[in-house]
Design a protein around this ligand. Structure first.
Ligand code: V47
Ligand code: SF4
Length: 387
C-alpha cells in the first residue's frame, strides 16, 4: 500500500490553514464533510494534500485493489431530440441522415459478435431518437437476454428513460418495472451533468431535470437494481455547483444504498457549442477525483473512464482516490472521440489494462458489474492473458 495513517498525519501538519487542518482530521477520523467543507477543499486544498487524503481513504476502503471489467458498448443512435450545448455527438432529427440509427437486428449482430468471448456486461447508451420508443427497447432487452442470459445489461440514462416513459404514458414506477422485467439489470451514470438549475438551464435546459434524474435512480434502487452516477465538470460550473451535485447524490445514497460508482466526467470541448471554453488542466482533473473520493463517503467506488480522460491520466487517478478503471471496451464508443478525446479508437485488451494497473503499483481484479470478483490478476503472467 502506498500510504499509512502516520504518513498522512505527518502530511496534514504541512498545511498552515486551520480550516484545512480541521477538515483533514475529520477525514482521518472517518467523519462526514459538510457542503461548505467540500467547497473549501476545492478552493484551498493543494494537489498533493488532497491526493494524500484521497489515497488514504481509497486504501482504507480497497487496499491496493483496482477493478476493471470486460464489457462492450452499443450506441443505438446519435440522433437526439435534445440540444445539450456540451454535446459533440448528437445530430438533430432534421439532420438524421448525418447520424446513425441501428435496428434491433444490427444491435443483435454486435451482441452476437461477442459470442464465446468472456465479456460480462453490455453498456447501452445513445441519443434520444423520437422513433425509438419503449416497445423498441423492450424488444432489444428481451432479445439480448434470450440470446445471452448471463450478460449483464447496464443501459439507458434517465434522459432516455424519462422520454420513453412519457411517450408511452407510463409512470416511472411502471416503466422501470417493465424495463427490469424485460432484462434491464442496472443503470449507467450518464445524463446527470450538473444538477444545479443555475448551470443545468444553460447547458441542457430541455432534458430531464435533477429531480427527474434522481427519481429514476431511486426507483431503480427500490426495484433492487444498482446504478452509477456521473458529474460533468470543467466548463461553466463553480465549485459549489459540484458540491451541490455530490450532496444530492450522497443523500440519495444514504436513502437507498443503490449506487455502486461515481464517475467524474471531464468536459471535452471539440466541435460543440461550448468549444470556446478551455478544458481543465490535469491538476484540476486530479483534484476533482480526489475531492469526489473525500466527499462521497458512502459511495463504494470512484471510477476513471479512460476513453474520455486518456489512458495515462486515468492511470494517474489511481493515486487520487480512484479504484476502478472501467473496462476493456471496444472501438464502437464515439461519444468522447467526437468530443476531442485523445482516445480516437478506444479499445484496450485485458493484458493492456492489467499492465496499466500493475505499473501504477496496484493489484488488478476483473469484476462483474456489481463488483463480484471474476478473476484476480495479481499473479497472472501477461503472456497467458487472453484478449
Ligand atoms: O451524460 C457528453 C457525457 C455522458 C461530453 O455508468 C461528455 O459506467 C465530456 O455517462 N465532454 C454519457 N463528457 C457517458 C456516461 C458513462 C460513460 C462510461 C461509463 C458509465 C457508467 C457512464 O457523457 C453524458 C455526458 O455527461 N458527455 N458530451 C463532452 N463533450
Ligand atoms: Fe442528446 Fe445526450 Fe447529446 Fe444531450 S448529451 S444532446 S441528451 S445525446
Amino acid at each position: 500500500m502506498q500510504s499509512s495513517t502516520d504518513s498522512v498525519s505527518a502530511l496534514l501538519s504541512y498545511t498552515q490553514d486551520p480550516a484545512l487542518q480541521k477538515i483533514g482530521f475529520k477525514i482521518l477520523n472517518g467523519e462526514r464533510l459538510q457542503e461548505a467543507e467540500g467547497v473549501t477543499l476545492f478552493e484551498k486544498g493543494s494537489l498533493s494534500w488532497l491526493g494524500a487524503l484521497a489515497n488514504f481513504v481509497r486504501e482504507k476502503k480497497h487496499g491496493n485493489i483496482t477493478y476493471f471489467n470486460r464489457n462492450f458498448h452499443i450506441e443505438p443512435t446519435n440522433v437526439c431530440v435534445f440540444n445539450c450545448s456540451f454535446c459533440s455527438y448528437s445530430r438533430g432529427y432534421a439532420h438524421r441522415e448525418e447520424g446513425w440509427e441501428l435496428s434491433i437486428e444490427q444491435m443483435m449482430h454486435i451482441v452476437k459478435s461477442y459470442d464465446g468471448k468472456p465479456v460480462t456486461e453490455v453498456h447501452i447508451v445513445g441519443g434520444v431518437h423520437p422513433k425509438m420508443n419503449m416497445e423498441f427497447f423492450l424488444e432489444l432487452l428481451r432479445s439480448i437476454k434470450s440470446h445471452r442470459p448471463d450478460l449483464h445489461i447496464k443501459a439507458f440514462t434517465p434522459v432516455e428513460l424519462d422520454y420513453m416513459f412519457r411517450k408511452a404514458k407510463l409512470t416511472v414506477q411502471e416503466g422501470m418495472q417493465m424495463a427490469h422485467e424485460a432484462g434491464l439489470d442496472s443503470l449507467p451514470g450518464g445524463g446527470a451533468e450538473i444538477f444545479h438549475p443555475e448551470i443545468r438551464k444553460q447547458i441542457c435546459d430541455d432534458k430531464v431535470d435533477a429531480e427527474g434524474w434522481l427519481t429514476i435512480h431511486r426507483t431503480a434502487h427500490q426495484l433492487g437494481m444498482h446504478s452509477n452516477a456521473t458529474l460533468l465538470y470543467g466548463h461553466i460550473e463553480a465549485y459549489h455547483h459540484r458540491i451541490d451535485h455530490m450532496e444530492r447524490l450522497r443523500q440519495l445514497q444514504d436513502e437507498t444504498g443503490g449506487f455502486n460508482t461515481f464517475i467524474p466526467l471531464k468536459f471535452r470541448n471539440k466541435d460543440n457549442d461550448m468549444q470556446h471554453i478551455p478544458e481543465s488542466s490535469i491538476i484540476e482533473d486530479m483534484r476533482m477525483y480526489a475531492v469526489s473520493r473525500l466527499y462521497l463517503d458512502n459511495f463504494p467506488h470512484i471510477k476513471a473512464y479512460w476513453p474520455m480522460l486518456g489512458r495515462q491520466q486515468a492511470q494517474l487517478t489511481l493515486s487520487f482516490g480512484v479504484n476502478d478503471m472501467d473496462g476493456t471496451i471496444d472501438d464502437s464508443t464515439k461519444i468522447y472521440s467526437m468530443a476531442g478525446s485523445e482516445e480516437q479508437s478506444p479499445s484496450m485488451s485485458t493484458s493492456d489494462l492489467v499492465q496499466l494497473i500493475r505499473s501504477a503499483g496496484r493489484t488488478p481484479i476483473e469484476r462483474g458489474t456489481l463488483y463480484n470478483v471474476v478473476k484476480d490478476y495479481s499473479t497472472v503472467a501477461l503472456e497467458s492473458i487472453e484478449a
